[in-house]
Design a protein around this ligand. Structure first.
Ligand SMILES: [Zn+2]
Length: 78
């Protein structure tokens, strides 16, 4: 078994800590416009969508960053 991939944005597993290495993760919204997509974990995908809605979406220059715990707690419950 290879080591599960690590999210470059928050340092958690991709696609999630619950199922590390199961599935590809999601392409980061922060870089898809001008670079090859970077795969981030599911909570980061939700966090980026939330930040984007707030007009606060950052760039990979600010990574790694802390994602609020509530984005991780959403895993597996919806
Ligand atoms: Zn992440």
């Amino acid at each position: 078994m290879a080591q599960p991939p690590i999210c470059p944005r928050c340092g958690h597993y991709v696609p999630s800590d619950v199922e590390p290495g199961v599935g590809p993760g999601v392409p980061s919204m922060s870089v898809s416009a001008d670079l090859d997509s970077i795969m981030v974990c599911m909570p980061c995908g939700w966090h980026e969508a939330w930040q984007h809605a707030q007009g606060e979406l950052g760039t990979p220059g600010s990574w790694p960053l802390v994602v609020p715990e509530r984005f991780y707690k959403g895993l597996g419950s919806c």
